[in-house]
Design a protein around this ligand. Sequence first.
Ligand code: MSP
Length: 472
Amino acid sequence: MSKIYITTAIPYVNGAPHIGHVMDYLLADVCYRYHVKLGDEVRFQTGTDEHGNKVFAKAKDAGIDVRDYASKNSQKFKDLITLLNVKPTGFIRTTDQDHERRCQEIWKRLENHIYKASYEGWYCEGCENFVTQKEHDENNGICPDHQKPYQKLSEENYYLKISDFKDKIIAAIKNDEMLILPDFRKKEMLELLKDAPDVSVSRPVKNLSWGVPIPGDDSQVMYVWIDALSNYITALGYPENDISNFWPADVQFVGKDILRFHTIIWPAMLMGLGLPLPKVICSHGFILADGQKMSKSIGNVVEPVEALEKHGIDAFRYYFLRHVDTFVDSDFTWEKFDNAYNNELANDLGNLVQRLATMAHKNNVSIDKIEIIEDKKYSELMNTFEFSKAFDYTWEKVQKINKRIDEEKPWEIAKNGTRKELETCLKSLINDLLFVNDLLSPFLPNATEKISKIFSINQEIAPPETPLFPKN
Ligand code: MSP
């Protein structure tokens, strides 16, 4: 048994969750359920990122007090997590008092690496990120991710000396002490790190008051990313608690757009605190709509609840965990989603359960044991976070059982064979199904639980009254 710590990025509460937010949750949940199944002691941490310009500006536009606005939206993320049957063991809000107090302690411990200087340059509010003149010019003054012009900032800020840590961070990434997945992103990050400047880690209160106050300086609040990244350890009780049971994290899930914060600022902070680096940072791609970025102005935004209501939770998890590649951008279209549900989930798995349960029922066959052996290839894919590949691999096994039924034709054995032959054939098919069901359980917890119940040991087997995946 190992102790495992899994985290997700914590989304901003500048609006309700959108479909892009589900990837962090789903990938972390698969990892969590897989390790629980292995008997590990697992902490799975998530939460909401509530400070900063972005949230403050939206609350102001809505004419709502920023605290109330943040609370209302934070609850929407919690609700989505429940709807997705995602099971975090901890949910932190960066406006929690304990978190704020711990962030201030972290700041004090980093003070040797912090200096004050004036900043004049560019900022993207959407990314909550300062950009260099070079990046500004290359993008013609407009942030490519948010399609908004960079703002000119001229202010006095505190800086974190990335220069104190850069060489050590590069070495840790190169030798996989902090493994960055996928490999092509690791290369991108090493390139970025080469000329990573020191980063501004505070904002003057006169420009932004919605943040954690800097200890000993009322005129400044913390840059939202310092506060947000700290959540991964404040949630464990750092600094007053010994966190060595769960830190370093075994894996931190983040989207590709925020990988750079986790490979530059975050390791610099950890090194400054004398803490080890996370073992793995796993960065996923983006969900696109018909090859395009989703945006309200294009009108192609997919609402998570709409997709969940269309075919239910299993279809949702099936699509986003199998058809959305774990590491690269993938498309969502309603047509692909419908096809995946009807032609794969309902046809391959739903029909398989129906057929086997019906034959077992008709011929009064039940099972008295299940033989589950380790599947090396599956474990290897799961242990390397290749979740969509592990799902593909497992789905081939579902299809193979269907093929076996077509080839072995148990209905003919029922007519022409002996009782023993029929029992052996059906029991072996059911065992195969339950073996695959076990492999599928981190991906499809709802459906696999129902399947386990249908084929319980030493009980009469009967097909479900309504099909597992009704066609519509
Ligand atoms: N608050 C920061 C994260 C701080 S972590 C210490 C943030 N929030 S976010 O709301 O913008 O994004 C939250 C997560 O959702 C990130 O991992 C981000 O990459 C992911 N996604 C946002 N849009 C996405 C898609 N369209 N597709 C997939 N994931 C995307 O960044």
